[in-house]
Design a protein around this ligand. Structure first.
Ligand code: ZN
Length: 321
């Protein structure tokens, strides 16, 4: 019995001593905090008083001593920060550092885009070739045309007699589109470099398109009809050359309508050339196709070998008006 009493006494004494020690550590930590020496205060508190009830009081002391501003590791003044009790530290995101980082990223991205665009300019002939442009038109550019034709926007239906330069102008528009296109991130397509890709562009004549679709019905065909229509309906920029020159059948009219209707609904840049005007096209193909073209495109009529233009933006009045 006596042994037990002695042990208890020893424990009580030890406890009292520990408490005194903790109280004295608490005092020194509070003193350090009041002097603004947060780092030492934090180190001692976390090392010596881990899990002790005194930590609550230390947290309050820290919060009471919250400075008006702090410095980030780069010496920027930060005024917006909050205290995290468990780590006894203030946490903040330096707005100046964030702004610097944002600017640096923007600059890097711009540099990458510039490098990509320079490469596109350099390799334009190869790119146009990959889009299906015939060799004869690879050098076409807007500078070849009068100034009123040099600021293209949107989709166009190019009418005019054979030989006035419609295809030439259509390809010049495609070149301009590709030069100014915003590169697409991680798009592995037509032309891909520096992690950036060009939007899809395609050139096809109407007779070739219908031939390709007809061939797709053959047993040994590599592509299905749907794949061909999808390619030309979904490409971001399409030149449909020489519309009206194809042999028409109920089937080919339906195919052309489907293609143009999809481009119309998705508002995809489309350049259509034809020796026929919209009225003649409506008569030769059908009204629905002509009215889809009228809804999608503005109408330009090219004239003469000097590539003069007339009727800019004339809207087709439609089959009834
Ligand atoms: Zn900073």
């Amino acid at each position: 019995m006596e042994d037990l009493a002695r042990s208890r006494e020893a424990i009580v004494q030890k406890r009292a001593e520990t408490q005194r020690l903790r109280a004295s550590i608490l005092d020194s930590v509070k003193k350090l905090i009041s002097e603004g020496n947060f780092e030492d205060a934090r180190a001692i508190a976390l090392n010596e008083l881990d899990g002790a009830p005194e930590l609550a009081e230390i947290t309050l002391a820290f919060e009471a001593a919250k400075p008006l501003s702090m410095q980030c590791e780069f010496g920027h003044e930060v005024t917006d920060f909050s205290f995290i009790p468990f780590t006894l530290a203030w946490s903040f995101d330096c707005p100046e550092c964030a702004e610097l980082k944002r600017r640096e990223e923007e600059w890097r991205k711009m540099e990458r885009v510039e490098a990509f665009k320079a490469r596109v300019r350099e390799r334009m002939m190869v790119i146009l070739r990959k889009c299906g442009v015939p060799k004869r038109y690879l050098l076409a550019r807007l500078e070849d045309f009068k100034s009123e034709l040099r600021s293209p926007a949107g989709s166009v239906f190019l009418a005019g007699l054979r030989g006035v330069g419609k295809t030439h102008y259509a390809v010049a528009l495609m070149r301009e589109y590709l030069l100014n296109a915003e590169p697409i991130r991680n798009a592995k397509n037509l032309f891909y470099e520096h992690g950036l890709g060009l939007p899809e562009a395609a050139f096809i004549t109407a007779p070739e398109l219908l031939l390709a679709i007809r061939d797709s019905f053959g047993e040994n065909s590599e592509r299905t009809e749907k794949e061909i229509i999808d390619q030309y309906a979904d490409s971001d920029f399409l030149i449909l050359d020489d519309l009206g020159a194809e042999k028409t059948s109920q089937y080919s009219l339906q195919t052309l309508y489907t293609l143009l209707d999809r481009r119309y609904r998705e508002e995809r840049r489309t350049v259509i050339t034809s020796d026929l005007g919209l009225d003649a096209l409506a008569a030769k193909l059908d009204d629905r196709i002509a009215s889809r073209i009228a809804g999608l495109c503005r109408v330009l009529t090219l004239k003469g070998p000097d590539k003069r233009v007339s009727n800019i933006s004339r809207r087709w009045p439609g089959p009834t008006g």
